[in-house]
Design a protein around this ligand. Structure first.
Ligand code: SF4
Ligand code: SF4
Length: 289
């Protein structure tokens, strides 16, 4: 079973719940697909077995010695990434889309296009099984592609070691990387919280999972900080045919567990919140174990 745990926005407790699920089960592949802000490796400190370079894109680089400031490339760049001023012609790295055009039309051969190769993805072992995670370098792009690399590697490892279940800690939001994290999974859990932005983003996320026809459940985290909005979420889910599998109360143990680099269920195994997470875990994995 491939289970994706996602959220419409950051800060809902998605990764804490992913971590708890990952430690409630022996022999799991945990795929941290929150590649912009991967942090489960900090929590679980996996033994790294593999490191892979991820080519996130290309950037044009100009050799100022060769450039004669003819300005041809300025006219051709469709992304306005090449500018001309009193100092001559230069490339704005942040706007360059790596389309290669300037390198082809420059009469002086002054522009080359280089790979952006600072991002990585890793595979290793942690106490409950195997772990794969990606880390996008600051300023690099193509998060969706990196997420799919992490998922591919997680599947490869699951097959190689005969591991039945993959838990994906997905990125927040409904963008390219979130789509890449949920496409084709067996089940999705959307973690939300009863705040105005939480409700708003939950609805957008559910539209996404319903659009992909993915079996989806919802966990309302910190439900007791605003019971009215929690009821609104439950009503919306009921009307949309989506199960709310758990309502977790606000509990400082969640932060304490993080401070101690532990999952909630490892840190306070018999606490009320751990019992509720265990119940949700059983609910999701019942019948597929
Ligand atoms: S086309 Fe080549 S030579 Fe002309 S401004 Fe651009 S980089 Fe310089
Ligand atoms: S590679 Fe493409 S986007 Fe980048 S500067 Fe050259 S023409 Fe513009």
């Amino acid at each position: 079973m491939e289970l994706a745990i996602i959220s419409g926005k950051g800060g809902t407790g998605k990764s804490s719940i992913s971590a708890a699920f990952a430690t409630l089960q022996k022999d799991i592949v945990l795929a941290d697909c929150d590649v912009d802000a991967a942090n489960l490796y900090l929590l679980f400190n996996p033994e790294c077995d593999e490191e892979h370079v991820f080519i996130s894109g290309h950037k044009a680089v100009m050799d100022e010695e060769k450039c004669i400031n003819c300005g041809i490339c300025v006219d051709y760049c469709r992304f306005d990434a090449i500018v001309e001023n009193e100092n001559g012609v230069s490339i704005l790295e942040t706007l360059c889309e790596g389309c290669l055009l300037c390198s082809r039309i420059c009469p002086q051969g002054a522009i080359t296009v280089e790979e952006e190769d600072r991002s990585r993805y890793y595979a290793g072992r942690f106490k409950n099984g195997r772990m794969v995670y990606g880390r996008l370098a600051p300023g690099e792009e193509n998060t969706g592609k990196l997420v799919s690399k992490v998922r591919e590697k997680a599947k490869e490892i699951a097959e190689k070691f005969g591991i039945e279940h993959i838990i994906i800690d997905g990125p927040p939001g409904i963008g390219c990387s979130a789509i890449s994290a949920i496409t084709g999974v067996d089940a999705v859990i959307v973690v939300t919280e009863p705040t105005v932005s939480g409700v708003h983003d939950l609805k957008r996320t559910l539209q996404l999972t319903q659009g992909f026809k993915l079996p989806t459940s919802v966990i309302i985290n910190k439900f007791d900080i605003n019971r009215e909005l929690s009821s609104e979420i439950e009503l919306y889910c009921n009307e949309s045919g989506i199960r709310v599998i758990s309502k977790l109360p606000f509990n400082p143990i969640v932060v304490e567990a993080m401070v101690h680099c532990s999952s909630i269920t490892d840190y306070a195994h018999d606490s009320e919140i751990s019992e509720l997470i265990k119940k949700a875990h059983t609910d999701i994995f019942a019948g597929v174990r």
